[in-house]
Design a protein around this ligand. Structure first.
Ligand code: FUL
Length: 693
């Protein structure tokens, strides 16, 4: 080494030793801070909601409170199955509806008769809360309770006596079932109900009736570490919707003054407030099915893998905790489809985040607080969440550059965490990548908070730069993660629209789609899908998604496309545009009519051997035809009855109904509703098709 270099080397060594010894003042807290319990709650991140109550047996979402207790009768209840599914799904806890609005209690409360002690289950000797809390403890899952403030069964609801009752029940729950990590206070309360037989409407003043501060003190006294959920916290807040979507801008702080459970929310619930006065982070609650409770008719509407993955990024990826509801069915078990899908989701998430490409990599920053080692940039890649990179007070912007390697590395996910123990600070940031010698912006966003995860098309780069553009105070970054999620290969969706255009789509934009129209199995040697194509005649379309990077295929999807609909006309409907909903190939558009039948001119003579009917797919279950007659005619005058009967089980399973019959030839068809569920006066058709020979 030349003397000049030796001199410089010594100087820098002395400097770094001195700086690591010198005590640089830690950053001051910024704004409201999380409590220890809230910090633990943030780490819990993902847990299950289990909705189970009298509603499960009455097929309702909100019970009126009048169903006799003996109607609660699970045939094969197994809390160990619930716990196993939740654990296998990667969830860290379970919150159960101990009592929903109907007032029925899943534990033998000594303050009411309306509980499992008067049900046939275990001859009234059972206690679901006891079984579940024990099973959770054994498997290392946290346990929480939902106790509905509204009680449509209780005769005292609306009077001060009910508040005593509510607190007595809360005391039972928080005393007898071990450690409780979250108490869920629903904002829906007040309205009509059974109320001990009064059958009337009881409105309460949500701002005063419950005297929440006293109840919260009671909860804190009995379970000091429990987080209290409500629209207003104090532990965590509702995210403002039940669709599984957290705000892109999401402050964990809120101006809580004047707020209460059930208060009008607005954007402050999803976004929080930059000038919030209390730490009240958001929780995203969403059900895996359209409803919160189990309904057999929704067995085909369990959210699929792509929907669940989107929910993950829109909640956990946006500084929210995720509470995903899985209803318990009438057997007392989690339904197989729900179990399969949540576990599949976990596998995808695990695969995505298994390899942090930034871990242990060298990080350099624009500046370091007091030039101190304690706050150096490498803290963001050291896989230790308690260390962080930080700038000097008053320096509210800055960047960290991570060197991924000499050879460009592919990635498509970026994760960043603030050291929130000292407050949430970052107002906006951007991510850039160095590829081919140029810095390119990948994404610009607003808040970070406990955790922010961003998805983007795969980038190849040697370096990644994270820049804080604006912050309330000096930024504190504890972790940066960079990942390369494998292409998610899901079987493509195949649809044919009214113009005979076939559209193929798959979830992951980086997958290619290959298809065939000759009944052979598609491979990468088949047709590459580049956009919609026309099919005018009866064809079987098969399609797969393919990843060139892993040389893997999805499962194959197929759709039997029958004759073209372009010449079809619904004859007994004036508004042809509206009528198109009957055969437009779109399951979301519906045609509803008071007429008992629809007549369609197929435009040419065909030999038919069946038809298909799809009822309304919305949650209302309205206008579902359950008995039908099907006719064919050559001239729209003389009709031949070809098939009649019922769509068995359509109420529980409102999927495509297919009826086959002996081949018959005709140009006109008539689909007649002989009866409609619940004697609805409307018949609703989401889609209709014929099966030709
Ligand atoms: C809502 C309730 O009314 C629903 O029934 C469900 O329990 C959901 C989690 O909260 O406000």
């Amino acid at each position: 080494m030349k003397p000049k270099f030796i001199y410089l080397f010594l100087l820098s060594t002395i400097f770094s030793v001195l700086s690591s010894c010198s005590t640089v003042k830690p950053p001051e807290p910024c704004g409201p801070l999380p409590t220890k319990a809230q910090l633990a709650w943030h780490e819990t991140q993902y847990y299950a909601f289990l909705h189970f109550s009298m509603n499960t047996f009455t097929n309702k979402e909100w019970g009126y409170g009048d169903t006799p207790a003996d109607k609660f009768n699970p045939t094969d209840l197994d809390v160990n199955q619930w716990v196993k599914v939740c654990k296998d799904a990667g969830m860290k806890g379970i919150i159960i509806t101990a009592k929903h609005h109907c007032g029925f209690c899943l534990w033998p409360s000594k303050y009411t008769k309306y509980s499992i002690k008067n049900s046939p289950w275990k001859n009234g000797k059972g206690d679901i809360l006891a079984e579940l809390s024990k099973a959770c403890k054994c498997e290392g899952l946290k346990f929480g309770v939902y106790l509905s403030p509204w009680d449509r069964n209780n005769a005292d609801y609306g009077t001060p006596e009910y508040i005593t009752y509510f607190r007595n029940q809360m005391t039972e729950l928080l005393t007898n079932y071990g450690e409780i990590f979250e108490v869920w206070l629903d904002g829906a309360n007040g309205g009509d109900g059974y109320y001990g037989g009064a059958n009337e409407k009881r409105n309460i003043d949500r701002t005063t009736y419950y005297d929440w501060s006293t109840t919260c003190e009671l909860i804190k006294k009995l379970q000091p570490n429990a987080i209290i959920f409500s629209d207003a916290g104090p532990g965590c807040r509702w995210c403002g919707n039940e669709r599984g979507i957290g705000g892109e801008t999401n402050w964990s702080i809120l101006k809580v003054k004047g707020m209460y459970p059930g208060c009008p929310g607005g954007d402050r619930l999803s976004n929080g407030q930059i000038d919030g006065t209390k730490w009240v982070p958001a929780e995203v609650d969403v059900s895996i099915r359209p409803g919160w409770f189990y309904h057999k008719s929704e067995d085909h509407q369990v959210k699929n893998l792509s929907q669940l993955i989107d929910i993950y990024y829109q909640s956990i990826g946006r500084n929210d905790n995720l509470i995903l509801n899985i209803p318990i069915d009438c057997r007392g078990r989690i339904h197989e489809t729900d179990a399969h899908n949540v576990i599949a989701m976990r596998k995808v998430i695990d695969k995505t985040f298994v390899n942090n490409l930034a871990e242990g990599k060298k990080a350099k920053s624009s500046s370091v607080r007091g030039h101190s080692n304690t706050y150096k940039a490498n803290n963001v890649t050291d896989s230790d969440n308690s260390t962080y990179w930080c700038t000097d007070d008053g320096v509210r912007t800055g960047s960290v550059t991570i060197t991924l390697g000499k050879i460009p590395v592919s990635f498509n996910r970026f994760m960043v965490r603030e050291y929130i123990a000292l407050g949430q600070r970052i107002k906006s940031f951007k991510i850039e990548a160095l590829s081919d010698g140029n810095w390119k912006e990948i994404i610009k966003q607003t808040t970070v908070g406990n955790k922010r995860i961003l998805r983007f098309p795969t980038v190849k780069a040697t370096k990644v730069r994270f820049t804080v553009l604006d912050s309330k105070a000096c930024p504190l970054i504890s972790t940066i993660g960079i990942y390369n999620a494998p292409v998610l290969l899901l079987a493509p969706d195949i649809s044919r629209n009214i113009n005979n255009e076939v559209n193929l789509s798959t979830y992951d934009k980086e997958a290619e789609i290959y298809y065939t129209t000759d009944e052979s199995k598609p491979t990468k040697e088949s047709n590459l899908y580049k956009g919609s194509f026309k099919i005018n005649e009866k064809t079987l379309v098969k399609a797969v998604s393919y990843s060139s990077s892993s040389d893997e295929y999805s499962e194959c999807s197929e759709k039997k496309i029958d004759i073209s609909h372009t010449q079809w006309k619904v004859l007994n409907i004036k508004d042809q545009e509206k009528a198109k909903a009957v055969f437009d190939g779109d399951e979301k558009t519906t045609y509803s009519t008071k007429a008992k039948s629809i007549v369609i001119n197929l435009g040419a003579l065909y030999t038919l051997q069946g038809f298909k009917y799809l009822p309304d797919q919305s949650r209302n279950n309205n206008g579902i035809i359950n008995k039908y007659c099907f006719y064919i005619s050559n001239n729209n005058r003389q009709w031949k009855k070809i098939s009649s009967g019922e769509f068995s089980n359509i109420q529980n399973n409102p999927v495509w109904q297919t009826k086959l019959f002996k081949p018959a030839t005709g140009r006109y068809i008539k689909f007649e509703a002989l009866s409609t569920l619940n004697d609805d006066t409307q018949n609703i058709i989401a889609d209709f098709d014929v099966i030709t020979k």
